[in-house]
Design a protein around this ligand. Structure first.
Ligand code: FAD
Length: 575
């Protein structure tokens, strides 16, 4: 178009462009952009670039890609999902508060803006061969002729960020009869099923019992996702659906099942109490201490955890299963290969390197930092502090080592200091039968047994988007400064061997957690155990989530969805 408008010879223009982009005369075709925005790099220099393969385009994978700035890598991203989904708004999609496309951002849109070579392939990894540094993938795109064909990709560095899948605990009937809430497709399916239930219940010639069964919505799991979905469904029914289906409104029932004593038990007690009271007022039937043992096509059976464990059965129209996360088969297979077969998630050290593997990193829900290993390391550090080999440290020395640990293992050390220093001191005091004073020496053998008790109380990092995103950006930062830190290591002293670690260990910063409770009310637990509940917190929730969306496009779409919902209510067309 430029050539036509300005009457320039197209061949001359092409030659000028090639000359200008080749850095002054050397003809090289590098960074050729294809029509679909994918960047192919065919320059010779690329073969010398280290190949980084990233599995997964969720919170951890995308945060890694967004923060990777070092152009000296050739990055290949493999995921069966060619978009990033903003999971905290999935419950809002189930009831049409937010449209599915508003919370999805195409991967190619995210990586196209970067000056790093990033290729994306829509495929699923089914095998990791750590010994030969290869991964095996398959494409499931409908109509793909090579659907059965394997794609083999080799890597120099592998970043595993494939998240987790819903955990059914192998309870009979769960996989076949329940809805899950992990992916956008799940949320869309739930939305359609809710409307189907209302339409079916409105048909003539149904008995009252059958109508009640169809409109009985059961949510299993009283964690943040289950609670948010139950609240969202309650609002949907009471603010929108009862107006459209007035004849069946009396038959609607929402039940929330939780196996422990309280819902939202990872939150402050004030939030738990507020949520339970609110749900009771709203008519949501919260059954705690009820463990699901079987789900058939029309009935769900629960067992009382306490009082002898009687089994009761109730009819339902739809069950949403939200009881935590399980491991992907490819991760289970890989863990068996590397001797981690008895674990739930891939164990990494505090630098996110998979234990027992070379150049493999794992982030997000599919991984966990191995606390036992960290505890063993802490034990070695304490033994090293005992320079005269007497088997004892003074309390002052003991505390100095603990302070040192803050740099090496910030998470564990802070945990020990804040939560368990008291326990440790108490345990030592008990074992000595005397108050611990500055002069009293700490017997390291006694400390070891105290440490093992702390170990059993240590919790893993929560499986949240916050952790996954922070891990992704931490790892990208390590990759950005790989060469520089090779020359000038900045991490703590190595205690197995000489010198320093290249990088500081991963440090998680908790920014707080929200629990939307419906009726424009939200509970928030912010750092420093600061609790806020109510309508004003709902506005904080709106602003935080709007700001956390990955692009201006999704931000604009979500805000317009919220505005549409305020003005016209939620859509109930069941599309
Ligand atoms: P994911 O985000 O699940 O991404 C995994 C990626 O791997 C996906 O792209 C997937 O397609 C891909 N993948 C899967 N299998 C393969 C394979 N074999 N090969 C290649 N790629 C593969 N956390 C919060 O902090 N705050 C919240 O408010 C919050 N709300 C939530 C609400 C819901 C309904 C849900 C389900 C979760 C919520 N979470 C929240 C948790 C949060 O979404 C997860 O902790 C986070 O998604 C984990 O990130 P991840 O990158 O490890 O995995």
């Amino acid at each position: 178009r430029f050539c036509r408008t300005f009457r320039v010879n197209p061949w001359l223009a092409r030659m000028l462009i090639v000359f200008a982009t080749s850095g002054g005369g050397v003809l090289a075709f590098s960074d050729v952009k294809s029509e679909n925005g994918m960047t192919f790099d065919s320059s010779e220099a690329d073969s010398k670039k280290k190949k980084v393969v990233v599995l997964g385009t969720g919170w951890a994978g995308i945060s890694f890609l967004k923060n990777l700035k070092n152009p000296s890598y050739d990055v290949q991203v493999i995921s069966p999902r060619n978009y990033f989904a903003f999971t905290p708004l999935l419950p809002s999609v189930t009831c049409g508060t937010v449209e599915p496309r508003s919370i999805a951002e195409p991967v190619r849109n995210i990586v196209r803006k970067k000056n790093v070579n990033i290729h994306y392939w829509e495929a699923e990894c089914f095998k990791i061969d750590a010994e030969n540094k290869k991964i095996y993938c398959r494409s499931h795109i409908a109509g793909n002729l090579n659907e059965k064909e394997e794609i083999v990709v080799d890597y120099d560095y592998l970043v595993i960020a494939i998240g987790a899948r819903a955990n059914t605990f192998n309870i009979p009937g769960v996989a076949e009869n329940c809805h899950f809430l992990k992916e956008l497709e799940d949320a869309q399916k739930i939305r359609r099923t809710v409307i189907d239930c209302f339409e079916r219940a409105s048909l003539p010639n149904l008995s009252d019992d059958e109508r009640k069964r169809i409109l009985h919505f059961v949510v299993v799991g009283g964690g943040p996702t289950g609670v948010e979905f139950a609240a969202e469904l309650h609002d949907y029914v009471n603010e929108d659906l009862v107006r459209l289906y007035p004849k069946v409104k009396e038959a609607v029932k929402i039940t929330l099942l939780e196996a422990t004593d309280h819902i939202l038990n990872m939150f402050d007690k004030r939030i738990t109490a507020f949520a339970e009271e609110k749900f009771q007022r709203d008519g949501i039937d919260v059954k705690t201490g009820a463990m699901v043992v079987k789900v058939s096509e029309k009935e769900i059976s629960t067992k009382e955890v306490k009082d002898g464990g009687g089994i009761s059965t109730m009819p339902y129209g739809m069950v949403v299963w939200s009881t935590g996360i399980g491991t992907h088969p490819v991760i289970m297979d890989f863990m068996k290969q590397i001797g981690q077969g008895n674990r739930r998630a891939l164990a990494t050290d505090e630098w996110l390197r998979v234990e027992g593997c070379d150049s493999i990193y794992a982030l997000g829900d599919c991984s966990t930092i191995n606390q036992r290993r960290v505890m063993e390391d802490i034990w070695v550090i304490f033994r090293k502090a005992d320079k005269d080999n007497s088997g004892t440290l003074t309390i002052k020395e003991f505390q100095e080592v603990l302070d040192d640990l803050c740099e090496r293992y910030p998470q564990v050390a802070l945990y020990l200091k804040n939560k368990h220093m008291r326990t440790l001191v108490d345990l030592l005091k008990d074992s000595k039968g005397d108050a611990v004073k500055e002069s009293v020496e700490v017997n390291l053998e006694e400390f070891k047994s105290a440490l093992s008790q702390v170990d059993s109380q240590m919790k893993n990092l929560p499986a949240t988007a916050q952790v996954a995103a922070q891990q992704g950006s931490y790892l990208a930062d390590c990759f950005n400064r790989m060469e520089e830190c090779e020359r000038n290591p900045e991490g703590p002293l190595r205690f197995r061997g000489e010198g320093r670690h290249r990088f500081r260990p991963f440090r998680y910063k908790h920014l707080g957690q929200f629990a939307p409770l419906g009726g424009e009310q939200t509970a928030a637990q912010l750092p420093g155990d600061w609790v806020s509940i109510g309508h004003s917190t709902q506005w904080l929730w709106y602003s935080v989530y709007a700001s956390k969306l990955v692009s201006w496009r999704t931000r604009a779409l979500v805000i317009s969805d919220w505005t549409r919902r305020f003005i016209f209510g939620r859509d109930s067309s069941g599309i």
